[in-house]
Write a protein that binds this ligand. Sequence first.
Ligand code: NDP
Length: 284
Amino acid sequence: MKITGKTKIVGIFGFPVSHTLSPLIQNVAFQEAGLDFVYVPFQVKSSDLRKATEAIRVFDIVGVNVTIPHKEGIIDYLDEISEEVKLIGAVNTVVNKGGKLVGYNTDWMGFLESLREDGVSLKEKKAFLIGAGGAALSLGFALVKEGVKTLFLTNRTYSRAENLARKLKEIKGDETEIKVVEFEKKEKLVSEGIDILINATSLGMKEKDPPLINLTGFPPSLYVYDVIYNRETELLKEAKKLGMRCQGGLGMLIYQGASAFWLWTGKKAPIEKMKAVARDYLGV
Ligand code: NDP
């Protein structure tokens, strides 16, 4: 990569940012697309978020991704937010449009795109979403936007699942029925005819993590989705053993990045190259 006086800058705001894969996949994408862009990590403390956001204009930065813990907080410092961000309440991509800072959310798009790639449609389906953090909110938004018929929600901390249900009920039209289930009773959903089960918790990131749910008894037609991308989780291993179709979180990660790439450059991202470099790095 050759950095010159003309090189355009994009980056990521987070705290910490050392774990992020985005610089790796975005820089490879810029190189592959022949674009004179560079993507850098910016470690930004919450107390510095306003100043850091102003610096996007000062340094004429093309845009940034935003990760934990700034996805909600940055909204206060932006000039405009997309319709989806108004509903989700979280930004993961900022675009500097001639000094006007506009916030978008591409996480939910990444999830839908990764499902589309695998030929999975959500319309009129029964979905079971486990988790109630930031990832669950974006996925929940995508599920109701795509018109799932029934959405079962559960979370280790029950009250957070209830909050998520309340928020999603405000977002959705009348197409989706939303039901909150106790975490301890999640295996009882075997008889509900669930089409897609999604892990949106961080359980499974570590080698020693126990399986999230016992899949025995769920129909073999169940599609299992896990947002974890750094390893094959016990959940995915079990799904495969039971002959269920499934995918991990790498596709979502790549496609949310590809949507951000498009917002910054107006060009289609080289998906396969991004996937290959991420897989190689993670050894998955
Ligand atoms: P949050 O911290 O906002 O939420 C964490 C969630 O995991 C909560 O629902 C929490 O439950 C649950 N959880 C944590 N530990 C356990 C446990 N031991 N047992 C059961 N539930 C548990 O994190 P995010 O939502 O931002 O991220 C969640 C995961 O999604 C992370 O692994 C992250 O890497 C991944 N992710 C992947 C993306 C992708 O592109 N593939 C994009 C974004 C995130 P509780 O409320 O009870 O604490």
